[in-house]
Design a protein around this ligand. Sequence first.
Ligand code: HAM
Length: 417
Amino acid sequence: MKYSALKGVHDIYPPDIFDWQKVESLAKNVFSVYGFQELRAPIIESTDVFIRSIGETTDIVEKEMYTFTDKGGRRITLRPEGTAPVVRCYVENHLYKLPAPQKFFYYGPMFRHERPQAGRFRQFHQIGAEAFGVDEPKIDAEIFSMLRIFFQRLGLKGLKFEVNSIGCEKCRPDHRSALLNFFSGRIDGLCPDCKRRYHHNPLRILDCKVPACISLREGAPHVTDFLCGECREHFDTFLSCIKMLDIPYVINPNMVRGLDYYTRTTFEVTCEHLGAQNAVAAGGRYDRLVKDFGGPPTPAIGFAIGMERVTSLMKASGTGSIPAPPVFIAAIGKRAEEEGLVIADRLRQKGVWVELGYSVNSLKSQMRRADRLSAGHVIIIGEDEIRSGRIKWKRLSDSAQGEMTFIEAEEFFGENG
Ligand code: HAM
């Protein structure tokens, strides 16, 4: 019987895993400079957590959730995104009682039953960040700058930073009426889902992927033309802050995020090299969600980065790197192998990465392996070296070579490995 991974999910193993580790440690590094701390929420939640937050009429809730009934008859969903679980955790554990802002980041797998294609998977991974308790647009700019610095330090080029504001409950009714008006003569051409959305949530028509709906929505009214005074001021201040920080951005008034919880600022980082699935990170404000989950009114903002898309950009631009052992010990003969094992162990105790050759293989093939691993130095031990008490060493980058005693080798490579 042969087994294979399910459609739309992937194994991640060397050398690809090195890019993943690089992204994860860089994110931790950059996010901690902004005061974000790690939060680990479960992968499964009550289905209601997602319906309530993402919204009943969104694609994710309507079509894409992995939902099942457990043995206790509970409706459970594999998380399709990370914000709702973090908000559930924040409210359940009364984290709002701590001084604001509370700032968290998380990594992990998310699950959406979408049609797999380039850059779109059923199990994918996000690194997300969420900040609670600050209303001022200054924090929107800080979050945006954190994303910019993350991508800059990763060395990725050709990214576009798109921003929009989708207003609040006060601005929405007028925009909704304008949308209803706009689509009223076009209902017959809309897909069955959008026909329903027309009545329940016409904003979602702007997010539909069906080609007929995409062409019918051309010229639809922008929410930015309906912003109330406070939302307008919030957006303008956010824009002036990111200008001050020299972050190149474009306003995309057509950006409607695929989740219902957003209010005011929304943003996406896109890259044209990614094809149809071009968003490498996305996020925005969700000022009502904590209250909707039973907490006190608490403004919040965050984003998530798509790991598969970031690592594919790294691969294409050659910004990834494969770690190499500083020391490789090639041994020929039983005694030499034993000595090599002891030296390797002592160096490893000092924290040096050492790879061992095995004398079933010729010296030539051990050297080939050291070369393939891009080892820094090779230590060579054979019968002659055992007799003389001096090892031979070779630096692979420039073929420099020499000899030293076993003790000297332990000291030298322990410090320089
Ligand atoms: P999202 O736009 O649904 O937002 O996803 C964020 C990012 O996750 C996308 O820009 C993309 O890079 C990646 N992504 C989404 N779906 C897939 C998929 N099927 N395959 C591969 N990558 C994917 C959210 O999830 C929000 N929770 C972001 C957020 C955090 N907003 C506020 N805080």
